[in-house]
Ligand binder design. Structure first.
Ligand code: SAM
Ligand code: DTB
Ligand code: SF4
Length: 332
């Protein structure tokens, strides 16, 4: 049974709320860790009894040179990281990566473009061909490429796109400390376009960018106020890349990731909560706590978009020690 099926079985029993107050979210987030874990576990175990974990693979199709000034991002032209503009990958090579990811056990393939927005033309046509090709391989396809128009969203939906990733990153209140070249409102409008086109939403954020606990609660509340909830909620911790504005920030306390994941699971019981960037800094035990508290997906493969991720061997060992269920039959 896929997790989607499991979820439909439990929909009647799990209360889905979209009216959480900031105080309620703060209470969840800052309660004693043991109580938070217990509460998150009750939800997680009932919606995902086998502790199934989806393996998602990432590939950067268009790397670097982005016009936006996201303080954390090595791909912004406003930052001075080592990520040089590289030629865009072509359809054939992207599909070869997708096939390899499938053979390594992934069942979702996410493709990234360092763009402020999608423009029509040969690059968008290539994106559509990549989406069709990934779907033909039997994988879920996710794209992240900045803002888009209603028409572009419809064309992506027609090509079979499963999900579009568009993160809110942080709270509305903290946003302008991190990004000044676009507004929170523009982000929300893009999410609405994706939803209207019938594509599922992948939307989450980053912790460790100097934000307060209230900012974290506020981000989670904005996500949970969406009706329906985003189907996929990536929780990243900052990878402080040299040359970016946030290069000197120290890494987050691994238990803060556990708290974010657990609270996301309680607020959005049926969403996939993805343990995303920053896993190398988390350590094995904190990752396992996240899987117990509510994470049901990881990015799998040695590179995220431009930064490194745990090795496939390390992840296989971690998942097997945790005793979670993974779709290994594709590989063994
Ligand atoms: N340009 C598109 C956009 O921003 O929507 C897509 C690509 S962007 C790199 C995808 C997401 O990666 C960002 O929204 C951000 O949440 C995450 N990200 C980027 N750099 C990161 C970093 N250094 N640490 C953690 N997460 C990061
Ligand atoms: C998400 O929230 N995290 C992934 C995926 N969605 C696209 C990207 C993480 C990128 C980390 C920095 C890098 O590798 O460039
Ligand atoms: Fe561009 Fe996305 Fe990086 Fe922001 S996060 S600079 S929009 S690639």
């Amino acid at each position: 049974m896929t997790q989607f099926d499991t979820k439909t079985y439990f929909t009647d029993e799990i209360a889905l709320r979209h009216d959480w107050t900031l105080e309620e979210v703060m209470t969840l987030l800052e309660q004693p860790l043991m109580d938070l874990l217990w509460q998150a576990q009750l939800v997680h175990r009932s919606v995902n009894p086998g502790y199934k974990v989806q393996l998602a693979s990432l590939l950067s199709v268009k790397t670097g040179g982005c016009q936006e000034d996201c303080a954390y991002c090595p791909q912004s032209m406003h930052n001075n990281s080592d990520v040089n503009d590289q030629p865009d990958l072509n359809v054939q090579s992207v599909l070869a990566h997708a096939k390899a990811a499938k053979e390594a056990g992934a069942d979702r393939f996410c493709m990234g473009w360092a763009w402020r927005e999608i423009r029509d033309g040969k690059f968008f046509d290539a994106m559509l061909a990549m989406v069709r090709g990934v779907r033909e391989l039997g994988l879920e396809a996710c794209v992240t490429a900045g803002m888009l128009s209603d028409e572009q969203a419809s064309r992506l939906a027609e090509a079979g796109l499963t999900a579009y990733n568009h993160n809110l990153d942080t709270s509305p209140e903290y946003y302008e400390k991190i990004i000044t070249t676009r507004t929170y409102q523009e982000r929300l409008e893009t999410l609405q376009r994706i939803r209207s086109a019938g594509i599922t939403i992948c939307c989450g954020g980053i912790i460790g960018m100097g934000e307060s606990l209230v900012d974290r609660a506020s981000l989670l509340r904005v996500l949970a106020m969406h009706d329906p909830h985003p189907e996929s909620v990536p929780i990243n911790s900052l990878v402080a890349v040299e040359g970016t504005q946030l290069e000197n920030l120290s890494s987050v306390d691994p238990l803060d990731m556990v708290r974010m994941v657990a609270t996301a699971r309680i607020l959005m019981p049926l969403s996939r909560v993805r343990l995303s960037a920053g896993r190398e800094q988390l350590g094995r035990e904190a990752q396992i706590l996240c899987l117990q508290a509510g994470a049901d997906s990881i990015f799998y493969g040695e590179t995220l978009l431009t930064t490194s991720n745990p090795s496939i061997i390390a992840d296989r060992e971690m998942l097997s020690k945790a005793g979670v269920q993974v779709n290994w039959e594709l590989t063994d």
